[in-house]
Design a protein around this ligand. Structure first.
Ligand SMILES: C[S@@+](CC[C@H](N)C(=O)[O-])C[C@H]1O[C@@H](n2cnc3c(N)ncnc32)[C@H](O)[C@@H]1O
Length: 306
């Protein structure tokens, strides 16, 4: 881990949490934080049961831990940034959550002590995969589950932007295209029907979103409060699967987060319309290959061999 990552999250703790968990019925940004938290909790729940133990690596401001504790689970958070730990302490006060300020693989937690391990928004800041997957495998009991979120490299072929250019000029596009094609073979008519139903449900929200966007003309809604200045790694599903298999973890599910209904360059033109559409895509395609092809992130869930 670089000192820059620790320093960045220490300095930007408040701003990062505020923008990731901003609550709004018609959001100008996609609610990445809450959506990936929900998907991760749902996908590890079968391993945790009613009162098992979950360890959250890179726990940030503690939002996932608070949810886990309210579900009756024993929750343990590990994070390297003191500023984030302070927010996590406040978020989880009175909920019996254990917090450990440490690099993810120096927590001192016992091997086999977790029914579930989560790591959301962490792997992209690490220099490689093996350390995180090995630590998740070490912490899990046999049959335990690990949910990890990744920035989706496959989407680079759909985004028509600088990421696409990099894959083309770097010669990495053909292999990604093969993976994407294989994935799109799983699309079914029912996916499009589900989208149509979601859009019908969203119709009045979308009209309101147009009104709100019109009021916002000239306002730079999409400016990030801070700019992380180092590379954040991406994974295609196949790349992550290979790393997990090497660590003795078998895939259970791959779930899309933050689908893009239109080319991402159009988001700033009408952010509330764009992101209300994106929520419809998330709800309709949340477990589907078409969602994975169109999303900028995914949560992968793995199981430790029994
Ligand atoms: C993008 S935030 C995500 C926070 C939280 N998981 C969430 O989804 O809201 C990444 C977190 O990982 C932490 N982090 C980064 N590198 C780490 C490392 N090597 N060990 C432990 N924590 C780390 C940062 O301090 C930060 O709180």
């Amino acid at each position: 881990m670089t000192d820059y990552v620790r320093e960045y999250f220490n300095r930007q703790a408040q701003a990062w949490v505020a923008q990731a968990y901003a609550g709004d019925r018609l959001p100008a940004r996609f609610p990445v934080g809450p959506e990936r938290l929900r998907v991760a909790l749902e996908s590890v729940a079968p391993a945790v049961g009613t009162d098992g133990t979950l360890v959250d690596l890179g726990c940030g401001g503690g939002q996932l831990l608070a949810h886990a504790a309210r579900l009756g689970w024993r929750a343990v958070g590990v994070d390297v940034a003191p500023g984030m730990m302070e927010l996590a302490r406040r978020e989880t006060e009175g909920l019996g959550v254990r917090l450990i300020e440490a690099v993810y693989d120096e927590s001192g937690l016992e091997s086999g002590s977790a029914d579930a391990v989560t790591a959301l928004g962490l792997i992209e800041y690490l220099p490689e995969d093996a350390g995180l997957l090995a630590e998740a495998e070490r912490l899990l009991r046999p049959g335990g589950r690990f949910a990890v979120s990744c920035r989706n490299r496959l989407y680079n072929l759909m985004s028509a932007n600088a990421y696409t250019e990099r894959e083309l000029t770097g010669g990495t596009a053909p292999a990604l295209l093969d993976e994407l094609r294989g994935m799109l073979e799983g699309v079914e008519a029912s996916d499009l029907h589900a989208l149509a139903h979601e859009l019908a449900t969203a119709a009045s929200d979308l009209e309101r979103a147009v009104e709100l966007d019109e009021e916002l003309v000239g306002v730079r809604m999409l400016e990030h409060p801070t700019t992380f200045e180092e590379e954040r790694r991406q994974h295609s599903p196949a790349e992550l699967r290979r790393s997990a298999e090497a660590a003795g973890l078998a895939e259970v599910a791959l779930l899309p987060i933050h689908p893009h209904p239109l080319p991402p360059g159009t988001e700033s033109l009408a952010p509330r319309v764009y992101n209300r559409l994106a929520l419809a895509w998330q709800r309709a395609l949340g477990g589907r290959p078409l969602g994975l092809a169109l999303c900028t992130a995914f949560v992968a869930t793995f199981e430790k061999e029994r």
